[in-house]
Write a protein that binds this ligand. Structure first.
Ligand code: HEM
Ligand code: HEM
Length: 138
């Protein structure tokens, strides 16, 4: 279950970039002038671009994690509470990200955005708890 150090760093870096750019986007979006384009619009757009790029790399890392980590850990019966929580949380982030791209309905979009943001902001704490409990379970 222990990850290759380089892979572990890449995974932590990807999650860190997602969290920082997501939180910074919230800040920029909150500050921007809704009536006219200003510097906050540009900053928000750049942050989402970096966020989307990091999300693509994260999808690749999560795919690699399934045979390397998830299946092995599941079979060894360790961390069977927060492990599935991690899988569920990442699935919700990916599904809501798809919704942010493609949901046409103006009624649905704010809900998808709030769900994505809330789960995203909770991710670092969940990951820390998962790693801590996983290491203790050895
Ligand atoms: C998308 C889902 C998951 C992510 C992102 C994830 C991520 C991680 C990371 C980064 C570590 C630290 C590894 C290290 O320090 O080398 C870890 C440890 C661990 N995870 Fe997961 N994990 C996921 C799913 C699961 C599942 C489903 C299980 C088991 C049912 C699991 C069981 C464990 C265990 C047992 C450890 C401790 C390994 C050790 O240090 O001996 N994980 N996880
Ligand atoms: C597997 C993890 C994640 C994936 C695949 C993902 C993907 C995406 C995608 C594709 C978008 C839409 C970008 C656009 O409209 O151009 C987005 C938006 C966003 N993401 Fe993430 N993200 C992830 C994790 C996170 C995390 C950890 C946070 C933490 C704060 C976060 C916060 C946000 C925010 C605030 C938005 C903007 C919402 C909006 O447009 O209303 N995301 N994300």
């Amino acid at each position: 279950m222990r990850l290759d150090p380089l892979f572990r760093v890449a995974l932590y870096a990807a999650f860190a970039v997602l969290t920082v750019t997501g939180a910074a986007w919230l800040f920029a979006d909150w500050h921007k002038d809704p009536s006219a384009p200003d510097q906050w619009h540009d900053i928000a757009a750049s942050l989402l671009m970096v966020h989307g790029g990091a999300a693509m790399a994260t999808l690749m890392l999560l795919g690699a994690l399934i045979p390397l980590h998830v299946r092995r850990a599941w079979r060894s019966r360790r961390n069977r509470l927060t492990g599935p929580v991690m899988v569920a949380v990442n699935a919700v982030l990916i599904a809501t990200a798809f919704g942010l791209y493609y949901a046409g309905s103006e009624a649905l979009r704010p809900w998808i955005s709030d769900a994505h943001t809330a789960v995203g902001l909770a991710l670092p704490a969940l990951l820390l708890a998962h790693v801590w409990l996983g290491r203790r379970s050895s």
